[in-house]
Design a protein around this ligand. Structure first.
Ligand code: N01
Length: 480
């Protein structure tokens, strides 16, 4: 196959695509990466305590399992080292263009190919464009009056200011999702005082983390059947225990009880406990896995502030009622812009149609990968392919396998474009399945767009997605 492929992003998705192309003998691909090194979210999130809440063997490529993981749940530096190692092993470094932010991708109808624009001009033409930009790549800063007036230091959790020493300072953290829960326990013992501004409490369950002893570590490294068995065991547990909680299944009460016991055990003060108790069903927002978060909140130098923030002043944060808490540093753990996938890249398909326009009522894609009017454009980790329960690597690998299956088809028959009827059927099936999920409950989350439509999450188990994406159905596409 003499195909020219543009891959946008060098995180888990883009690298997986490049590696599989390489394994299939396709060397005519280019990975455009906006940053100065690969790694995606694991390059960006360097806050203290950054780690994954999916076990190491499942949070790694199925075809690259002999990594020497030091612990059950991998930490950020180890994941980044893993990605470096994979890229090096398969030689994809050679096709990687760093500091090359894609600003536009335009389909040229006459030639049936794509052109990609970066700061240094146009590239291509490419037969295929694969987006691997992820869903959590653009930090979201809150829209709070007075933020610009703040005279101290402020930064987002995904842009941690390592040059700013927090020791002895008065610090405010806004937000209490997975990121905040991980860094608060590392920051709290160092600072003079910490205010945690919580708008909505998170459900928190225990994280059975721990370092692998030398024996187990060596066994995992050298015995592939042991690794596979561990992967299967974890996957089976997640699919049969965690997933049902998301669709009002048998395990929802069990998970709720587990989280409540965790809170009761770790927070003795009933008043604080009440403030940390969520009023929405577990799983509606992303569940936090952590053993250190609640104990950090009980420290004498930590206050959980639940009064709504009204404004930021030169030297502090004011809440409803007029209380001003003075701080030196504000850390925004306020999440990411998650629902306008691919933005701000200008993607222009057939007839000059812009992707942003096609998605004005919410981002959507057939199987999360293909959009009518955008031939030979494939999305990794696109709309409705995020998981609330399992490793995203399972989804990415399924998508890469599917795209690899599309390449011979488009190579033989010309640009392939998903039929609107296939998209409509997919949307209807998704809507039916999403209606049964806990995400429809009354809670805000990064899974929903401004209109309240769940555009990020896949409503089934990861295994179901892998089944239905096993191979492309040519009848769902037009060619040429
Ligand atoms: O972001 P979030 P995150 N005023 O969007 C609050 C993955 N991840 O970076 O709930 C006050 O979850 C907001 O409050 P509310 C994982 O998928 C994984 O923590 O909207 N507060 C919320 O508390 C995760 O879900 C890992 O009321 C404001 C917080 O900010 C995803 O990344 C680790 C506010 C945002 O939470 C994102 O996690 C880290 C405002 N104006 C991340 N605006 C692991 O694998 C927002 N908030 C362990």
């Amino acid at each position: 196959m003499a195909l020219n492929v543009a891959i946008i992003g060098a995180g888990f998705g883009g690298l997986c695509m490049a590696i599989q192309l390489r394994k299939a003998g396709v060397t005519t691909y280019t990975i455009f990466e906006k940053a100065d090194r690969l790694g995606g979210t694991w390059r960006d999130n360097t806050y203290p305590g950054a780690a994954c809440d999916v076990p190491s063997h499942l949070y790694s490529y199925s075809f690259e399992q002999d990594h020497d993981w030091s612990r059950r749940y991998p930490r950020q530096p180890e994941i980044l080292a893993y990605l470096d190692r994979c890229a090096g092993k398969y030689g994809v470094h050679r096709r990687l263009r760093l500091g090359a932010e894609v600003t536009a991708a335009v389909f040229d109808e006459a030639g049936g190919r794509w052109r990609v624009t970066t700061a240094d001009g146009e590239h291509g033409p490419f037969d295929v464009v694969v987006s691997g930009v992820g869903q959590l790549n653009r930090p979201r800063l809150p829209d709070i009056p007075g933020l610009r007036e703040f005279a101290g230091t402020s930064f987002h959790s995904a842009r941690w200011d390592h040059g700013h020493d927090l020791a002895g300072r008065r610090v405010a953290v806004i937000g209490n999702g997975s990121s905040a829960a991980q860094f608060i326990p590392r920051v709290a013992p160092v600072v003079a005082h910490l205010d945690v501004y919580q708008r909505t409490p998170s459900w928190v369950i225990p994280k059975p983390d721990g370092a692998y002893g030398p024996g187990l570590r060596a066994a995992f490294r050298h015995l592939p059947p042991l690794r596979s068995a561990n992967r299967r065991r974890v996957n089976r547990f997640i699919e049969s225990v965690v997933y049902p909680a998301l669709v009002d299944g048998w395990s929802r009460p069990l998970m709720t009880r587990r989280a409540t016991e965790h809170l009761n055990r770790q927070v003795p003060d009933p008043a604080l406990r009440a403030r940390l108790t969520p009023a929405y069903p577990i799983g509606c927002k992303r569940i936090v896995l952590d053993d250190d978060y609640y104990p950090a909140l009980t420290r004498p130098n930590v206050e959980v502030v639940t009064d709504p923030i009204t404004r930021v002043t030169r030297n502090g944060i004011e809440t409803a009622g007029g209380t001003l808490r003075e701080v030196d540093t504000i850390i925004f753990a306020t999440g990411f812009l998650t629902t306008d996938f691919l933005a701000p890249i200008e993607v222009v398909g057939r007839g000059g149609r812009r992707l942003g326009e096609a998605w004005k009522d919410g981002a959507e894609a057939y199987l999360g990968m293909a959009v009518p009017g955008f031939p030979n454009l494939f999305l990794l980790y696109g709309p409705n392919t995020n998981l609330g329960h399992n490793s995203i690597i399972l989804m990415i690998e399924a998508q890469v396998r599917y795209i690899m299956g599309c390449l011979p088809l488009l190579s033989a028959h010309g640009p392939m474009e998903v039929r609107p009827a296939a998209m409509d059927a997919w949307r209807r099936a998704l809507e039916r399945a999403l209606a049964r999920t806990v995400w429809q409950a009354d809670c805000d989350s990064w899974y929903k767009n401004a209109a309240g439509r769940v555009v990020n999450n896949w409503p089934g188990p990861a295994s179901a997605y892998r089944r239905i994406t096993r191979a492309p159905r040519p009848g769902s596409f037009t060619f040429g």
